[in-house]
Design a protein around this ligand. Structure first.
Ligand SMILES: C[S@@+](CC[C@H](N)C(=O)[O-])C[C@H]1O[C@@H](n2cnc3c(N)ncnc32)[C@H](O)[C@@H]1O
Length: 188
């Protein structure tokens, strides 16, 4: 039996059930707005890209990065970079940086957490470098020993931090979303 959000995503033509996590978060916290430039880290198969394109409209732009290919998204305002995040050449400044990156899970919770922590940390570094001042950051992390460390690091850089477990996130999953609203003034 497919779950509610998996069926819904198929019916509505979205490439991943995770699309509803972003939609639920955005309808409450307005992190992405019409006309925004969005950077989506770990964007395959493309659910968050589809949702972001709907929100930003034709005047906005979405850049996605992933080691795996994205499904077909033929929009002039979407660019896909196939790369590991560690090696990706990212240029420019964005209004929003998203990261739904996840490691291949092993079932060993500590190891999965550690890998997720490093992906989240890399995403935060990219956000610090490529977000405009006042820009927003949304990032997934699996909870574990270094979760608080990541939160503390994120708190230093944003005016407001929220931890979110959207309704579409499976209850049994250790994933949490960290929202950083409004990047603080960048030091030269
Ligand atoms: C849960 S999926 C993202 C789903 C996506 N938000 C959507 O709605 O379609 C996590 C993605 O993170 C990507 N990923 C994991 N490690 C990565 C890395 N080091 N560099 C780039 N992408 C990575 C995986 O390839 C995978 O596609």
């Amino acid at each position: 039996m497919k779950d509610f959000y998996t069926r819904k995503s198929r019916e509505e033509g979205y490439y991943a059930r995770s699309v509803y996590k972003l939609k639920q978060i955005n309808s409450r916290y307005y992190i992405i707005r019409r006309g925004d430039k969005v950077l989506d880290l770990g964007c395959s198969p493309g659910g968050w890209v589809q949702a972001s394109l709907e929100i930003v409209g034709n005047q906005g732009f979405v850049t996605g990065i992933d080691i795996s290919p994205v499904r077909r998204i033929e929009k002039p305002n979407f660019k896909f970079i196939r790369s590991d995040i560690e090696q990706a050449k990212i240029e420019g400044t964005f209004d929003v940086v998203l990261s739904d990156m996840a490691p291949k899970t092993t079932g060993a919770r500590d190891l999965d957490h550690e890998r997720s922590y490093f992906l989240a940390k890399t995403a935060l570094e990219i956000a610090k470098e490529h977000l405009r001042e006042g820009g927003n950051f949304l990032c997934k992390i699996f909870q574990g020993a270094r979760y608080q460390e990541f939160l503390s690091e994120a708190k230093k850089n944003f005016e407001l931090i929220k931890t979110i477990k959207p309704e579409a996130s499976k209850k049994e999953s250790k994933e949490m979303y960290i929202l950083g609203k409004c990047l603080k003034h960048k030091k030269e």
